[in-house]
Design a protein around this ligand. Structure first.
Ligand code: CP
Length: 314
């Protein structure tokens, strides 16, 4: 199938087939990344603006490298050194980028809906690099890619997402992607951070961590998103770690081949013990590696690429 979308704003509006096309195209780009010459000219002559209004390490660097590998012209926008500081609005900033003929704007913003808003006010293609607690589509795509690569499939797997679900855009995008691809998703964490309403998204909700991880093929951990919580959602970090943190004792009760994921940044000793973060069953850095190929695939498809068959040497 071909991709006809102009923007990547969320996973909710993608079909399973569209998600699979991204994953198949990313597979081909991962092969490209293993060659001596890792660049292809797919975005030659195109301008990409990386508009990161909220901090990021992995997503920002991964997008920038993906754009370089595709031979795009790149502008990195720094909010601190911009006219945001003088009160310019997001719309006016984006209009100025459009006036400079930006073909793509990759936006990270603390407000849910910021990417959808930009897609309505400028002609450039918009890629959501994380908007508030709403969605983080490329994170979910790289997570799905990593699971499929390691387990050979997604349909039928038990995936447990453990932590602060309520404030997590990663959780929402992963729930959409994994349920569309046929995984059985369990959500777990304190009841204040994992309300039963998430069952409406097709997930199982439990507040018992041992039950949540017992049959899991994938345990996907999330940090507490203090920056988005407006009130105290649990008594203390220490109590959270004791009740929900992944440690050696808990890991010993999981399936031998259960794998550990985390989108980063990790808080060692809080949601995950340091030795587990670095153990053989941890895919944390593989997720980062795969993010590059997935973001290349997203840019390629939004630019009119049809799929993996168009990537030379594939
Ligand atoms: N996973 C993720 O979005 O990390 P960054 O905030 O560092 O981009």
């Amino acid at each position: 199938m071909s991709w006809t979308k102009k923007h990547l704003l969320d996973i909710e509006s993608l079909t399973a087939e569209e998600i699979s096309t991204v994953l198949d195209t990313a597979r081909a780009f991962k092969n490209v990344g293993e060659r001596a010459i890792k660049k292809v000219p797919a975005l030659r002559g195109k301008t990409v603006v990386n508009l990161f209004i909220e901090p990021s390490t992995r997503t920002r660097i991964s997008f920038e490298l993906a754009e370089q590998r595709l031979t795009a012209d790149i502008v990195n926008f720094s909010a601190d050194a911009s006219s945001f500081k003088k009160g310019e609005t997001l719309k006016d900033t984006a209009k100025n980028l459009e006036a400079l003929n930006a073909d793509f704007i990759v936006i990270r913003h603390s407000a849910s809906g910021a990417a959808h808003f930009l897609s309505r006010v400028v002609k450039s293609s918009i890629i959501n690099a994380g908007d508030g607690a709403h969605e983080h589509p490329t994170q979910a795509l790289l997570d799905a890619f990593t699971i499929r690569e390691r387990k050979g499939k997604i349909a039928g797997l038990n995936v447990t997402i453990l932590g602060d679900i309520l404030y997590s855009r990663v959780a929402r995008s992963n729930i959409w992607a994994l349920t569309k691809l046929g995984a059985k998703v369990t959500l777990c964490g304190p009841s204040t951070l994992v309300p039963k309403t998430f069952e409406q998204m097709g997930c199982r909700v439990t507040h018992n961590v041992d039950e949540a991880i017992r049959d899991a093929d994938i345990i996907h951990l999330l940090r507490i998103q203090h920056e988005r919580q407006r009130k105290t959602m649990f008594p203390s970090i220490g109590e959270y770690t004791q009740l929900f943190g992944l440690n050696k004792t808990r890991l010993a009760k999981t399936k031998q081949d259960a794998l550990i994921m985390h989108p980063g940044p990790i808080n060692r000793g809080v949601e995950i013990d340091s030795e587990i973060a670095d153990c053989e069953r941890s895919l944390i850095l593989e997720q980062v590696t795969n993010g590059l190929a997935v973001r290349m695939a997203v840019l390629f498809l939004l630019n009119g690429g049809k799929g993996p068959q168009e990537i030379s040497g594939n």
